[in-house]
Design a protein around this ligand. Structure first.
Ligand SMILES: Cc1cc2nc3c(=O)[nH]c(=O)nc-3n(C[C@H](O)[C@H](O)[C@H](O)COP(=O)(O)OP(=O)(O)OC[C@H]3O[C@@H](n4cnc5c(N)ncnc54)[C@H](O)[C@@H]3O)c2cc1C
Length: 405
């Protein structure tokens, strides 16, 4: 990181965060706490957009970051279980049970997003601002928006999720691939297990997994089922790389029938009934070429990728939000160190990249064990860690983002 990213003139660096879901607001709040005060979060969705999301397990390091942001656990954790209960299902009846301790707690996207965004000071979050391009102008990164606006920054933090514009601009060779199965999910207002407190993982047979956990207002379920790409397009209106989240309005009657039929065949009757009553969504499970960098110099400034923008991982790893929050905390620490001692952002990359790469690799291993998805050899790229050449300190390298569309 050059001194001008942090502003040699002594003025505060201008930091633009792209994405206002989880990783983006966590980054902004941590940087504000660290004393950086020129921060804007740009979110594509309009403020009026209906928001909501399902269960997210957060491990202790991520919970600790939220604690430091003054978010008490009771605000985001409705049930204090630390257990994952794995249940083999035979003939639609629960059979063997294994109980494990999860090193964390469950929240929901909705609770977490609300807790974060309500703590952003007025004027920090700009909704309805979709970033379309990143250019270098007068030696500085400049964001361009769909409505024609531009915003210069010393540091651009892309936290814009699975279909990240930042990743497309900075690291276009890393492509998403459909893994061959779908996480159907919903929040049922009836609970098939009286007094449910733990996270339940039901395994009726290879190629199927059903997860259930209590959330405010009912229970969150996720039903993993194999699905060829062409069938995904028929059921949800577009191919899985284009429709990376299928909202309730995208779920066709055929998709509902597909899920209901499998629930009736494979799950205990109460669980199937809960599925039947639920408005649902679907998330195609995707893999990505593992990242080999997180930082790009743009003139005298920088752009970085964080969270799902860097590397969306399979939901079974339960690492997506954890990675984003841990990377955000590391970035805030690195920038704070830099302000005092001229630390280098590549140190942050060196520290956090291995965990992101490991989670990308772990997803297909879990999928294979569960009989979920199509099994291809691991994606090329990313030689073992010791063989990788890290960018030397302050190295100004690489592709010019201006030539990207
Ligand atoms: C079924 C399921 C279960 C999961 N369980 C877990 C779990 O237990 N633990 C865990 O850690 N993770 C879990 N995850 C993953 C977790 O939900 C994601 O990793 C997390 O939401 C990623 O957060 P993010 O802020 O990085 O990206 P996102 O939540 O995808 O947010 C990106 C934001 O950027 C905005 N945006 C996109 N493009 C632009 C643009 N061009 N300009 C401006 N804004 C833009 C979007 O509108 C969005 O608000 C699960 C995921 C699924 C599907």
């Amino acid at each position: 990181m050059t001194s001008s990213t942090m502003s040699a003139s002594g003025r505060q660096p201008t930091i633009a965060v792209v994405g206002g879901s989880i990783t983006g607001p966590v980054t902004a709040l941590l940087l504000l706490r660290a004393g950086f005060d020129d921060i804007t979060v740009f979110e594509a969705a309009p403020a009026s957009a209906p928001l909501g999301g399902g269960l997210i397990g957060l491990e202790h390091p991520a919970l600790d970051v939220l604690d430091r942001l003054g978010i008490p656990q009771h605000e985001i954790v409705a049930h204090h279980s630390e257990a994952i209960v794995q249940i083999n299902v035979r003939d639609r009846q629960p059979a063997e049970t294994i109980r494990r301790t999860y090193p964390g707690r469950n929240t929901t996207w909705t609770l977490l997003h609300q807790a974060l965004t309500r703590r952003l000071p007025a004027g920090v979050l700009h909704s309805g601002m979709k970033v379309t391009a990143l250019a270098e102008e007068a030696g500085q990164p400049v964001l361009r928006f769909r409505d024609g606006h531009t915003a210069p920054a010393d540091l651009v933090v892309f936290a814009d999720g699975r279909s990240s514009t930042g990743r497309r601009l900075l690291d276009p060779d890393r492509i998403l691939r459909y893994a061959g199965y779908v996480a159907h999910r919903g929040i049922a207002d009836i609970t098939p297990v009286p007094g449910l407190r733990d996270f339940l993982r039901l395994q009726p047979c290879p190629g199927v997994q059903f997860n259930l956990a209590p959330v405010p207002g009912g229970c969150d379920w996720t039903f993993y089922l194999n699905c060829p790409s062409a069938e995904y397009a028929q059921r949800f209106g577009a191919d899985p790389i284009r429709r990376v989240f299928a909202l309730p309005r995208h779920v066709s009657p055929a998709a509902r029938t597909h899920v209901d039929t499998h629930a009736d065949l494979l799950l205990p009757a109460g669980h199937a009934a809960a599925v039947h009553t639920t408005t649902r969504m679907a998330v195609p499970v995707l893999d990505i070429t593992p990242p080999d960098r997180m930082v790009w110099p743009i003139g005298t400034g920088h752009a970085v990728l964080l969270g799902d923008a860097l590397a969306p991982v399979r939901p079974h790893t339960a690492r997506g939000a954890n990675n984003g929050i841990e990377q955000a905390a590391g970035l805030a620490a690195a920038l704070t160190q830099h302000r005092k001692y001229a630390a280098d952002l590549h140190g942050w990359q060196h520290r956090h990249l291995p965990a992101a790469v490991a989670a990308v690799h772990r997803g297909p291993v879990i999928g294979r064990r569960l009989g979920l998805g199509t099994h291809r050899p691991p994606p090329p790229g990313n030689p073992p860690r010791e063989e990788r050449r890290w960018l030397p300190h302050g190295h100004q390298d690489h592709r010019d983002p201006r030539r990207r569309p």
